[in-house]
Design a protein around this ligand. Structure first.
Ligand code: SAH
Length: 252
């Protein structure tokens, strides 16, 4: 599942036999990628859109694992544009049924955060490390044509931790401080991950959420967002997903 059309395009171009099935106004692309049967789909923005898409992947298409890639705002210190965050926990920063339930708790589940299976997270982290390795980013490597310096970006660092989701695009330093005060472990903020996690949790299906940091969620996001998405984030996503599938293949 991708958050942006550019990412989906990159994946579709790598699928030799994709065919579209339309359900609920979404195109689900069924085919193969790196020898795996896959369904590629655009989540659309926001938690409800992501939950609907995930539910359809699980019930209509019977997928055995959900992989989500997209961009996010960096919250924790040192989580900078161009870095990648692998979620080992997800929470909804706008869930608040207090005083009936503690703030952030998912009513009925008794917890505020959900975690993907540790093995899935470890595999995704390994895929990110390999896909974005120095060798991959060097001239002649798979991502050797991604011009990080020209975009003002350094070498990508890989982080693992809590990603928070909510139905808001965060673009103010004051909001970042509020979010961090309430959920100090949060590394990045986006709008879909925790919804995907909750649906996968309910269905007992493994999942991984991986995000390339596109901005700092503050007032001075100086990176050219569309250019960043097309030239960096979509390339990272494709490399990460393909590497993940290869690692998974090797493990079986
Ligand atoms: N579609 C617009 C930008 C959407 S940005 C465009 O292409 O110009 C919102 C998307 O990026 C959401 O899917 C969200 O998950 C993610 N995202 C990136 N930075 C974010 C931030 N600072 N706050 C919330 N979501 C962010």
């Amino acid at each position: 599942m991708a958050a942006m059309p550019e990412e989906l395009q990159a994946l579709l171009a790598a699928m030799p036999d994709e065919a579209a099935v339309t359900v609920a106004g979404r195109q689900f692309w069924v085919g193969h990628l790196c020898g795996h049967e896959v369904v590629a789909v655009l989540s659309r923005i926001g938690k409800v859109a992501a939950a609907t898409t995930t539910t359809l992947l699980l019930t209509r298409f019977g997928v055995g694992e959900v992989l989500f890639t997209g961009v996010a705002g960096g919250l924790a210190e040192g989580v900078l544009p161009g870095d990648v965050v692998v979620a080992d926990a997800l929470a909804q920063h706008d869930m608040d049924a207090s005083p009936l339930f503690p703030r952030f708790e998912l009513p009925g589940l008794g917890v505020a955060t959900l975690s993907p299976p540790a093995a899935t997270t470890a595999r995704m982290r390994a895929a990110v490390e390999e896909a974005l390795s120095a060798a991959s980013l060097a001239a002649g490597g798979a991502l050797g044509d991604v011009h990080l310096a020209a975009l003002g970006l350094g070498k990508p660092r890989v982080h693992q931790g809590l990603i928070i989701s909510g139905d808001q695009f965060i673009h103010a330093a004051t909001r970042c401080r509020e979010l961090l005060a309430a959920q100090p472990a949060a590394m990045a903020v986006e709008m879909e991950g925790a919804a995907v996690a909750q649906v996968c949790h309910d269905f007992g299906v493994p999942y991984a959420i991986v995000r390339t940091v596109s901005d700092r969620a503050d007032d001075e996001a100086h990176i050219d967002f569309p250019r960043f998405v097309a030239s960096v984030a979509s390339r990272y996503s494709q490399a990460i997903i393909e590497t993940y599938l290869r690692i998974r293949e090797a493990a079986h």
